[in-house]
Design a protein around this ligand. Structure first.
Ligand SMILES: [Fe+2]
Ligand SMILES: [Fe+2]
Ligand SMILES: [Fe+2]
Length: 441
């Protein structure tokens, strides 16, 4: 199992692997989730801090501590599915189990995350004098009760007031639920751990990320390109599941970018990496509200300004993963233009690498050629016309566009079938999510 393979032991020494830290990966995912709702900022980090401190204090096995740490970092991931319908920040949460179920469903799509998905699935199961050892007829891991407690402590804190002045009220409130909502042994551990002011001050520290990085024992992982592709596809699912109008866009861009990379003479390694960048390029759209993202018509000026921040957030999310520098650059520069008029960095031609230029063409091509609910995708002649205009205005690279039209049939067919395949995957996911929403309440 990967978590035992510290110091990269057991990984093949093969250049088609990328070495990334599990902490970086989860931290980028949790940053992405925080973007969805301003109220959620640092919620995942805080729950991770409390849960890990409790698990260490209770002398859980190192492997269990790692699983609790990872689960806490992304425990509310299910809230992105039907994000308009789920409210998470009240002490009493409606539909609490649903986002756990949906989170576990999402996490089960990627093998590294599958292992701790039961913790996420049941993180709102109350203790109820031990009845909470089971949920929906299944035995549940004890770590869920640590997560549940940590989550509820975190939402009780009012971030506008000094935390030390709230400590005793929170302790009383949590104690009053000992044996009911929360396991008495875990409440006891919390009361002991929270005796120190430093516990509370760490918890509300603006540098909480550094605090939890210090207590993290997660190893570095050497991921094969295949595994990294599967992880980025997982991230794409998170983006795409929010936007049914452009649901398969990330997959279309990933496929066109890879095909274009190959015809532009990129190595096999780099063309696989640009496919990954394609999956990730719109990750920053998690910072854009559903109302804007799902608006079928033209965006207002104000809405457009919010929308155009998305490649900046793509950069902010990905830059924290050491080892993915090329991918981060290609993904976050997809709206830059050769003449320097793009966004968010205004990068000019001299600094736009072949990967970034290829990504920009793949993005525009996919956006024009794919079907949208309010219009059919454009045909070859129509897209060609748009591209010629963009080349004239120094927006896109002429050579990359020419390579696209020299290989139009192949690239377009691959894109189309990648998007059709993705639609099947997403439809299955949504059906499953709807079904869960029907029976869990
Ligand atoms: Fe939750
Ligand atoms: Fe939560
Ligand atoms: Fe974009």
């Amino acid at each position: 199992m990967l978590l035992r393979e510290k110091n990269n032991e057991g990984f093949p020494e093969d250049s088609a692997c990328v070495s990334v830290s599990l902490f970086d990966m989860l931290s980028s995912l949790s940053t992405a989730l925080d973007l969805i709702d301003i109220e959620l900022i640092d919620h995942h980090n805080r729950v991770c801090y409390i849960a890990t401190k409790l698990a260490i204090h209770l002398q859980f096995e190192p492997e269990q501590i790692n699983e609790i740490f990872m689960a806490a970092m992304v425990h509310d991931i299910g809230a992105i599915v039907f994000s308009d319908r789920l409210g998470l920040n009240n002490f009493e949460v409606e539909n609490a189990h649903l986002h756990g179920e949906l989170g576990a469903l999402l996490l089960s799509r990627f093998d590294l995350f599958q292992e701790f998905s039961p913790l996420v699935r049941f993180h709102h199961v109350p203790w109820e004098n031990g009845a909470g050892n089971y949920a929906f007829g299944e035995a549940v891991p004890s770590g869920i009760h640590i997560l549940h407690l940590a989550d509820r402590i975190s939402v009780l804190i009012d971030r506008r007031n000094p935390v030390l002045s709230q400590a005793s009220t929170i302790n009383r409130k949590i104690s009053s639920q000992s044996g009911k909502q929360f396991s008495p042994a875990f409440v006891e551990a919390f009361l002991e751990v929270s005796r120190e002011d430093a516990f509370w001050l760490d918890l509300m520290s603006p540098s909480i990320e550094r605090v939890i990085q210090k207590i993290s024992c997660l190893p570095r992982a050497r991921l094969s390109l295949e595994s990294l592709t599967s992880l980025s596809h997982f991230f794409a699912l998170i983006i795409d599941t929010r936007s049914r109008f452009t649901a398969t866009h990330s997959s279309g861009v990933a496929c066109s970018a890879m095909e274009l990379g190959i015809v532009m003479g990129m190595s096999e390694f780099d063309s696989s990496k640009i496919r990954i960048a394609g999956y990730l390029h719109d990750l920053g759209k998690l910072a854009v509200s559903d109302a804007i993202l799902l608006k079928p018509g033209k965006l207002s000026n104000e809405e457009w300004l919010i929308m155009r921040a998305h490649p900046y957030y793509t950069y902010r999310i990905l830059e924290r993963v050491e080892g993915l520098e090329d991918i981060t650059f290609w993904a976050s520069n997809h709206h830059e233009e050769l003449g320097g008029g793009g966004y968010p960095f205004g990068t000019e031609a001299d600094n736009l690498s072949l990967g970034a230029r290829t990504m920009a063409v793949a993005d525009v091509f996919t956006a024009l050629a794919e079907d949208r609910p309010y219009r059919d995708g454009m045909n070859k002649e129509e897209t060609h016309k748009v591209f010629q205009e963009m080349i004239k205005k120094e927006k896109l690279d002429k050579d990359v566009v020419e390579a696209l039209y020299d290989n139009y049939k192949n690239i377009n067919e691959s894109r189309k079938s990648a998007q059709e395949q993705e639609l099947i995957t997403l439809s299955e996911f949504w059906d499953c999510a709807e079904e869960k929403a029907g029976y869990v309440s």
